[in-house]
Design a binder for this molecule. Structure first.
Ligand SMILES: O=C(O)CCC(=O)C(=O)O
Ligand SMILES: [Fe+2]
Length: 249
């Protein structure tokens, strides 16, 4: 069975009040460490990468996406976040948003520009968004993303991130943070082709970046035997109408 999973940030809709909570993400020492390693920015020049495969095949895997020290700095940030920084991930949209740990059992943290480390990753994706729009006329409107933590025993069953014509999610991105991930650690991303055949098995290895069409590739995260960190995001179209703002503000 394929499940549509378009989890949105709880509290993103205008009707929900967002209560600010001071969490470890606000800890200045976490930011200082990151600034020392990166100068506050990630080194990213989209012109260096060949995105033609994304246009031809609908997906692209880039093994060494950022300088190694920057990949490590992102990993350090994720690993040092505290328990209150994480939430169990949900499935479904807005009011239909529910937590179903039979489908996915990872924990997530939506990235926010208020945090320097998170802003650095969001800025990088903004550069990529502009590049993809210029190169392929994709009309990508915005980007949302979350850190994900799969504790040992966690998984995300086969799903599509978007159904054709029913979601504003166009491109899915996944960036992996764990160094020295081995096949026996589980947690692989498996992408399926049109006939249900395995297209790609990607180990969640530090600094690997995957991008694919959200409404085309069924995929899953196999059972992880080790704590697994990633950043998953979606470039979106603007499908607002007079009746409905989509994406929500
Ligand atoms: O972490 C991964 O490899 C993929 C995660 C995923 O499919 C999702 O969050 O929708
Ligand atoms: Fe997914």
């Amino acid at each position: 069975m394929t499940i549509l999973c378009t989890s949105l940030p709880v509290g993103a809709s205008a009707v929900n009040e967002v209560i600010p909570v001071i969490t470890q993400a606000d800890d200045p020492s976490l930011t200082r460490e990151f600034l020392a390693a990166t100068d506050g920015r990630l080194t990213f020049d989209p012109a260096v990468y060949d995105f033609s495969n994304l246009a031809d095949k609908g997906y692209l895997i880039i093994p060494d996406f950022l300088p190694p020290s920057e990949a490590e700095a992102l990993y350090t940030y994720a690993r040092q976040l505290g328990e209150p920084d994480w939430n169990f991930a949900g499935i479904g949209r807005e009011q239909l948003h529910t937590v179903n740990t039979r489908v996915r059992s990872d924990q997530i943290r939506w990235l926010q520009p208020e945090h320097a480390v998170e802003r650095a990753y969001l800025d990088t994706m903004e550069q990529l968004r502009i590049h993809l729009n210029r190169s392929f006329f994709m009309g990508l409107f915005d980007y949302e993303c979350h850190l994900a933590r799969y504790q040992p025993g966690s998984f995300y069953k086969k799903h599509l991130d978007a159904f054709k014509g029913r979601s504003n999610r166009v491109l899915t991105t996944v960036y992996y943070l764990n160094p020295d991930w081995r096949a026996q650690d589980g947690g692989a991303l498996v992408m399926y082709g049109e006939k249900g055949e395995v297209l790609k098995t990607v180990l969640p290895q530090q600094n690997t970046f995957v991008i694919f069409l959200s409404d085309t590739f069924v995929h899953e995260v196999q059972l992880a035997h080790k704590e697994r960190f990633s950043i998953t995001g979606w470039f979106r179209h603007n499908t607002s109408s007079a009746q409905r703002i989509d994406p929500p503000a």
